[in-house]
Ligand binder design. Sequence first.
Ligand SMILES: Cc1cc2nc3c(=O)[nH]c(=O)nc-3n(C[C@H](O)[C@H](O)[C@H](O)COP(=O)(O)OP(=O)(O)OC[C@H]3O[C@@H](n4cnc5c(N)ncnc54)[C@H](O)[C@@H]3O)c2cc1C
Ligand code: SF4
Ligand code: SF4
Ligand code: SF4
Length: 397
Amino acid sequence: MELVKKKGDCCGCRTCEQVCPKGAIHMEADECGFLYPQIDPEKCVDCGLCLEKCAFQSGYKKRKTFEPYYGYGVRHKKKEVYMNSRSGGAFTALSNAVLAQSGVIYGAGFAPEDEPYFVKHISAQTKADRNKMRGSKYVQSDLGHVFSELKEKLEAGQSVLFSGTGCQVGALHAFLPREYENLYTIDIICHGVPSPRLWADFVHMREEEKAGKAQRAEFRNKKKCGWKAHKETVVINGTPYTSRIYTKMFYGCNIRESCFQCPYANKNRPGDITLADFWGHEKAMPGMWDDDKGISLVLVNNPQGMKLWEAAKEEVDFVDVTGYPYRHGRLKKPMERPEAYDEFWDDYKQEGFAYCAEKYAGYKIKGPGPQPADSSSEGQKESILIRLWKKLSGKEG
Ligand SMILES: Cc1cc2nc3c(=O)[nH]c(=O)nc-3n(C[C@H](O)[C@H](O)[C@H](O)COP(=O)(O)OP(=O)(O)OC[C@H]3O[C@@H](n4cnc5c(N)ncnc54)[C@H](O)[C@@H]3O)c2cc1C
Ligand code: SF4
Ligand code: SF4
Ligand code: SF4
């Protein structure tokens, strides 16, 4: 069975791994830190189920039935909530509505919690645990085996809210055998997911520079720099260090190959509700919340989404912007592949982080920094990312 002919055909959702009846598929990270399926030819019986269930390659279920979808400019009523969220805190209100039904929430968090190297999907049944999902993490979140776990909760009748990028939500709907009244899905508008390896190397580099242990990280630190700014903060030994190094490397070159041919970059959303930063709010609702503290755009795509929005809307202030020509590029087409993409990754693999930080971000690292990616098994053993993957999947530590 040839499942992935070229890297751009796979978003790394792990659905194939979970549906294969022979357990013939496992995921492996490439040199950039992105996961791809590997098929064991000894176990594979060529049944074709993996490709059939691959929403990225075989087509996804469009969830949008409203025409046009209902659109709202949203800010949570509590300042503490929207200041700790990426945009206006809509996700907190929507997930609170599901927690109120004793439901379970799935979203992206750091794992383990006290190490900001690695992002994966986690579950929450309390507000405190859900709060760990707040804020955008600009790195691909590993889904692990949450689809199988989530299906058990659905079958047991528990309410479930799953939030993720378009391809993660599309993959979930392809994985599940049927529709569930107790399932709500939120897709976030997304231009692409950056490399887990690059992020881990960045955090490691900051630790070496500051001679300490990273305790926490905040992508796009809104509280310090404003909603529109793009600076990352890493807290090392209690001191926050904020920089634009990661951002400068972030735009374009460090995105997963599949994002440049994303089938979800259009108005046919895969979730019941779509969330985004409300760029263009100045024209859509002049004079409202023009203070650089963040506004969510909430698109309600179908009746299931409306049920959730109705249950959540008391918690937020909102303006109806239905029918407004939203300016989000990713509602029209995928991000363009940068001309320097191949050169960037060739440099990264051969020369390593320090070289690329200087060449692409104009930043000179004090000290050697993380070493070049090493595809040999000895080199892979040394990688922080590989160690964490093993630890989290129970294969080590
Ligand atoms: C990789 C990435 C790219 C993005 N690109 C765009 C864009 O092009 N245009 C735009 O308008 N907005 C973009 N966003 C921002 C996104 O739309 C906001 O996170 C969303 O508006 C939610 O904000 P909030 O204030 O409602 O709630 P928050 O509480 O801040 O929302 C957090 C939500 O985002 C999810 N999330 C965070 N990180 C990830 C991740 N790595 N993978 C999957 N889910 C994640 C969490 O599970 C949670 O559901 C991007 C976010 C990410 C993570
Ligand atoms: S997109 Fe998902 S289902 Fe398709 S090949 Fe990649 S990991 Fe497997
Ligand atoms: S073709 Fe069937 S047996 Fe082979 S890897 Fe795919 S799902 Fe598994
Ligand atoms: S751009 Fe598309 S393929 Fe890439 S992470 Fe976002 S939804 Fe998935």
